[in-house]
Structure formats: C-alpha cells, structure tokens
Design a protein around this ligand. Structure first.
Ligand SMILES: [Fe+2]
Length: 548
C-alpha cells in the first residue's frame, strides 16, 4: 500500500452532495410509516423492482416519474403491505424505457416516503457504465459510510452487492465489542435462526443512514454470500449451524424468505427454487454481468484444516492432502444447472458485448500463505488474543505453502478449473471477476491451471467488516499484504487494512477500477480516498492490468 498515491475525494460532511435528491449529509427524511426508506433493484431493459416497508399494514400507492418533483408520472399503482410478508412491499414495474433514470415514491394517506432514484438497463450501443461493488456490511462494526459515499456519487449507475449484506451473529458474537461502543448492537440479541429473527435483522440493517441513502440513490443488483444465512454454508449445512438450532433446511428457508422480502430482488417465476439465485444482466453492447450462487445449490462441504494440518508432516502426506483431499474431483462449487446457465450467458456475451463481468462471492485467485515465521507479533498483543492464534496458524500454513482459506475457490481447485474450462469453451477468457467476502482489497490477474490467462479479479474490502490482520497494526499488516502479493503469481496488490468499495467504470476501450477506502466507521464523519487505481485493457481475448 502506498499512501502517497492516495487521492482524497469527497468527504461525508465537508462537500456538497452530488445527487440532487440526496438530502444534506445524514439528514435522512423520516416517515414514521415508511420507516426503512425505499430501494430499487434487479433492473432490466424495461422493468425494475421497487421496494419499501411500512411500520404497520396499510394500502399504498406507488408512483414512477421522469422527474424528481413527480410532475411527469409515467406509472402508478396500488398495493397493500401485509404481515404475511412482514409489511415489506415489492412491485415489478414494467413498460419503462431502456437506460432511463426514473424517480419513485410510495404514498399512504398523508404519509409519503422519501423519493428514490432508479435506472433501467441500457440497450444497444453504450459508451460508459459505472458500477459500485460492495460486500460485507456488518452493522455492529460501524457506520455504513462506504454506502453513504456510493450514494453521493452521481456517476454510479448501479450498485452490485456481492453478499454478507447482513450478519447472523448475536450479541455474544463477532463485532459486539465494537457494537457496544457504538450503540449498534445486533437485534435480535440472539444469533438469528427463525424467520422472525432474520426479518428483524434485515430491518435493523435498513435503518443505517448510509444504507438508506444508497438504496434511495441507486438501483441494487444483489446476490448473497454466507452470512445472509449462516457462516460458511454448503448444500447440506453450515459451519455456524448447530443441531440444537433446528434443521438447516428450515433455517435456510427462513433466511431466503426474509432475503426476498427485504431485498429489491425479482421473485423467480413458476415457483422456481428461490435458492437458485444466479442471474444475468446486459448493459447494452458494452458489458454483461453474470452473478453466481456459490453457497446453497452446488457447494460440497468445506475442508477444515483443523483435521488435517497436524498430519501434514511429510511430503507424501502434503501431496495426498493437495491432490486427493482438496483435489477430490467430486467436490463441487456450483450446480450443473448454474453451469449450463453460465455457459449460455457467456456464449451470448462473447458475441454481443465488449466486456464480461462475473459477480462472484468468494476469492478465486490462488492465494497461498507466504513464509512469515521471521515476523514478530507486536509486544502489545496479548498471547490470548485470537489474532495471535490466527497468526500462529498463518505461520504453519506458510511453512507448507498452503492456501489461506479453504472456503474460497482455493478449497475447490477442481471446481475452479472446471469453471475456467467452461469459460474457455465459449472463448470467455477475458473475465472481470468482481469478488467480495474476504474483507480485503485485491487486484489479481487470473490464470487457469494450464497457464492460460483468464482475466482479472477485483476484490472489495468490507463496508465495515475488518480484515483478518488489521489489529496487528499498520506496519505488520502492510508487510503481510506485501508478502502475500509477492508470493502469489496472480496477486498484483492486496490491502487488508481498509474498509470501502470498488468503483468500476467500464468504457469502450478500457475498464478503470478504483479501490475506494473510507477512513472512519466509528462515526458518520469520514473521508474517502482512492487507495489504488488500475486500468484494464484488452489484447485479443486476454486482459492486462496497469497501475494508474
Ligand atoms: Fe464478510
């Protein structure tokens, strides 16, 4: 990380805010009835989902207009909020014009929601497109200032959220120490398990001012990761699901029901399985975005180092672990149905669009642990601190050159190759993979196992969730970032010390990626800066990335 390269950009309070409908900083308009604001999402050429919630069941009118003052209303309708859907309300407004900004609002009697702004997907030729990529917004850890900053950027067309939009932990879990200090403790107090729990947690997250402003400002294209249900799920369970919490199937169904109620996502037609949350979005002839579902529909059980690490004391046992345990060809990440969908969408994308974006929850570049046994922990760090234990584990993995995490694509090397081969089969080797989950920024160049380039990966830090080694202090964390990037061929740069988002600006000739950090999440006063900026260009079917 090179602080001298930082360019300071708008702060949360000091400058005038760009979008005309955004109120002065943090002064979210309040309506006792529309208590969680408004949101829009899942745009198509001619439709968009509008969302709101009411404090009690009511009949409401929704309106879509061409102007903020609602003098040119183009669509309107009526509906009811009901307890059966937790008083959330969604409407799929159709018959809109492609690539057009609209304003929308909800009215019930004398109560009126704040206005929202949304945009349909463009059709045909398009010169430029701006996307904010976010993930890992953990309420007790701090204010969603990254969301606020996204809200103030009128250049952004769409927000892609790659998951961990909520976290499932209770007040005895991760982040509560910070939550107590900020009076942002999780509600309900328990780890969320039931439908009522998941609903209450979603509702709490929607009360953050930055969240409320971002949703009002831009349409959302979301997908979930693990914490929308429970940490590290796979097809038949989750690391953070215990037998005394009931059946995993019931818990997962509750989490998915609440997600569809509380997020501006389109309901799948024909009673389709709501777990199959893989989708495709066309941005004219400029770009396509295909989002993956890597949690509930195709993933095999994660391998846990704990069981294996102590036995990896010979070259033979290490090879067995890598080739036979991790490399078990039966271990999958995505379903066959998802593969077929991906193949169809990418084949069409190669024919029709200049750029191909993949919305991917978990890191895909090979990320092995470098040798770090010469590094000393800060004297101030207590031996009992969990970070000290994690660092000792890191040293052990570094001695064996093993992957950092096995919940990522690194834990599923055969599935990763299969994914790359599928992309190669339709000449989609120029992927721009957008990634969340890791709580660190990443600028990676991707290669398949045969050495052929597969494009780039742009990984976003958390909105608030901290990186693993942040508490080691900047000196050691910076050294770790440096060693990780030097040790791994695919990693150009990484930063585990900041919170923020990635702004991706897609142009006809290049793609620009800005890694935007916020300097504070413990109050709503912050500054944002660009930590790094890369320009991606295309040569034939492969991509290269240069520091700006
Ligand atoms: Fe996360």
């Amino acid at each position: 990380m090179t602080f001298s390269r930082r360019h300071f950009i708008k702060s949360g309070l000091a400058t005038g805010l760009v979008a005309p409908f955004i109120q002065p900083a943090f002064a979210v308009p309040t309506s006792a009835l529309f208590d969680c604001g408004v949101a829009s999402g899942d745009p198509t050429y001619e439709a968009v989902i509008l969302w709101t919630h009411t404090a009690q069941p009511v009949s409401i009118v929704w309106q879509v207009a061409e102007d903020l003052h609602f003098t040119r209303i183009v669509k309107q309708g009526r509906g009811d909020t009901v307890e059966a859907s937790d008083c959330t309300f969604k409407v799929d407004v159709t018959g809109l014009t492609p690539g057009t900004v609209y304003y929308y609002r909800f009215i019930a009697g004398k109560e009126q929601s704040e206005p929202g702004r949304t945009k349909t997907l463009p059709q045909g030729s398009l010169d430029t497109l701006s996307i904010a990529v976010a993930s890992c917004s953990n309420y007790p850890f701090g204010y969603f200032n990254a969301y606020h900053h996204i809200a103030t950027d009128a250049d952004i067309d769409y927000v892609v959220h790659l998951g961990d939009y909520i976290y499932e932990y209770g007040q005895d879990g991760w982040g509560d120490k910070e939550g107590q200090a900020l009076n942002r403790r999780h509600q309900p107090a328990n780890e969320i398990v039931s439908l009522a729990d998941y609903r209450m947690r979603h509702r709490q997250y929607k009360t953050d001012n930055g969240s409320r402003l971002m949703h009002a400002a831009h349409p959302l294209i979301p997908t979930w990761d693990d914490h929308e249900s429970a940490n590290n799920p796979y097809m038949n369970g989750a690391q953070n699901h215990q037998p005394d919490e009931g059946s995993w199937a019931a818990r997962r169904a509750a989490s998915i029901q609440a997600y569809y109620e509380w997020m501006p996502v389109r309901e799948p037609g024909n009673d389709a399985d709501k777990a199959k949350l893989w989708r495709h979005f066309d941005f004219g002839h400029l770009a396509t975005l295909t989002t993956l579902e890597t949690r509930h529909t195709g993933r095999s059980l994660q391998i846990d180092y704990g069981e294996h690490l102590k036995q990896l004391n010979t070259e033979q046992s290490l090879r067995h672990f890598i080739e036979t345990v991790l490399g078990d060809p039966g271990r999958t990440m995505i379903s066959i149905a998802m593969e077929q969908f991906l193949e169809t969408q990418l084949r069409d994308s190669v024919k029709q669009a200049t750029w191909r974006l993949i919305g991917n929850q978990i890191p895909i570049a090979r990320t092995h642990v470098p040798a770090v046994n010469d590094l000393a922990l800060p004297a101030s760090l207590a031996e009992s601190d969990p970070v000290a234990a994690h660092f000792a584990y890191f040293i052990a993995l570094g001695k064996l050159d093993l992957p950092i995490y096995l919940d990522t694509w690194d834990g599923y090397p055969v599935a990763r190759e299969k994914f790359y081969q599928l992309c190669q089969s339709v000449n989609a080797t120029d992927l721009i993979v957008l990634t969340g989950d890791s709580h660190a920024f990443w600028a990676n160049q991707l290669f398949a196992g045969d050495g052929d380039p597969m494009g780039v990966e742009l990984g976003t830090a958390g909105v608030t969730s901290p990186g693993d080694f942040e508490s080691l202090g900047p000196q050691l964390a910076t050294e770790l970032d440096k060693r990780v990037s030097e040790h791994n061929r695919e990693i150009r740069w990484t930063d585990c010390q900041h919170r923020g988002y990635v702004k991706v600006r897609v142009n006809t000739d290049n793609v620009n990626a800005q890694f935007v950090a916020v300097n504070n999440i413990t109050s709503e006063h912050y500054q944002a800066s660009i930590l790094r900026e890369y320009q991606i260009t295309k040569q034939g079917n492969s991509l290269s990335m240069a520091l700006v």
